[in-house]
Write a protein that binds this ligand. Structure first.
Ligand code: NAI
Length: 254
């Protein structure tokens, strides 16, 4: 399916890598002006430059979504630059340090929650403030397969991703009658630099076992998540809100 987002503005967090980059690129290919937001400002700038060089409209914004003041400035800067905000993909996320709950540290818990849950909350807060005034908008939040099931040694990550679905449903209810839709995607095993980091951290075998457990027998590509995000951001999903769409090769069916 091809989409046209001409004259529309998209904001993507975690846009310098993996799923975020694939989605920012897809939004740009579909004609949207794109704000590429990332804590790694140089990498986001390089990606924005590549879009601009290809004739698209883009800016890079350095922002740590765990810092609410930075999030407020980032959303305001997007709107100041492009004049509006039509679509947001709140995607930035990190892994927890693998540990049984009895051994996990409060520092790691706080780190994961501050990015994966509070970061999404902060982004939505300022995006919705503008969309409410504007009278339109779509938001897609990045949850995970881990937002739907438990995960040994991954309690804080899974708890945060479950929380993202709670935020999504609650905001969807609040704004359903105001022309603002809020949905989530739940990626399964997607090959990105995050997966490379897991291999580097000695979790390669676990990833291989997970891949074998995927009914489709393969891991997914970031572009397959981008397709779902663009659909949820487009008028083609105009009667869909508050949903968490699994894009996981059928993993969650088991
Ligand atoms: P990635 O590691 O390739 O990219 C994540 C990006 O987010 C990086 O550019 C990083 O700099 C940025 N980022 C990290 N912390 C940030 C912060 N505090 N503020 C702003 N930007 C920050 O990861 P990937 O795989 O593309 O993951 C994207 C999202 O998809 C995450 O929320 C992740 O939890 C979720 N996900 C990924 C899966 C996978 O198999 N790759 C599976 C399920 C969910």
């Amino acid at each position: 399916m091809s989409f046209s987002f001409k004259n529309q503005v998209a904001l993507v967090t975690g846009a310098a890598s993996g799923i975020g980059w694939a989605t920012a690129n897809a939004f740009a290919q579909a004609g949207a002006a794109v704000a590429l937001v990332d804590v790694n400002g140089d990498a986001a700038q390089a990606k924005a430059d590549s879009l601009i060089a290809a004739g698209h409209t883009a800016i890079a914004l350095c922002c740590d979504v765990a810092d609410i003041d930075q999030v407020e400035v980032m959303v305001k800067e997007t709107i100041a630059t492009f004049g509006r905000l039509d679509m947001a993909f709140n995607n930035a996320g990190i892994q927890n340090v693998l540990a049984e709950m009895a051994d996990a540290t409060v520092d790691d818990y706080e780190r994961v929650m501050s990015v994966n849950l509070r970061g999404i909350w902060a982004c939505m807060k300022f995006e919705l403030e503008h969309m409410r005034r504007q009278g339109s908008g779509t938001i897609v939040n990045c949850s995970s397969l881990g937002g739907l099931v438990g995960g040994a040694e991954r309690a804080s990550y899974h708890a945060a991703k479950h929380g993202v679905i709670g935020l999504t449903k609650s905001a969807a209810l609040e704004y359903a009658s105001r022309n603002i839709r809020v949905n989530a995607v739940c990626p399964g095993l997607i090959w990105t630099p995050m997966a490379d980091q897991m291999v580097a951290a000695g979790q390669g075998e676990a990833l291989e076992d997970m891949t074998k457990a995927v009914p489709m027998g393969r891991h997914g590509q970031p572009e397959e998540i981008a397709d779902a995000v663009l659909w949820l951001s487009s008028a083609s999903s105009s009667y869909v809100t508050g949903q968490s769409i699994s894009v996981d090769g059928g993993f969650i069916m088991r």
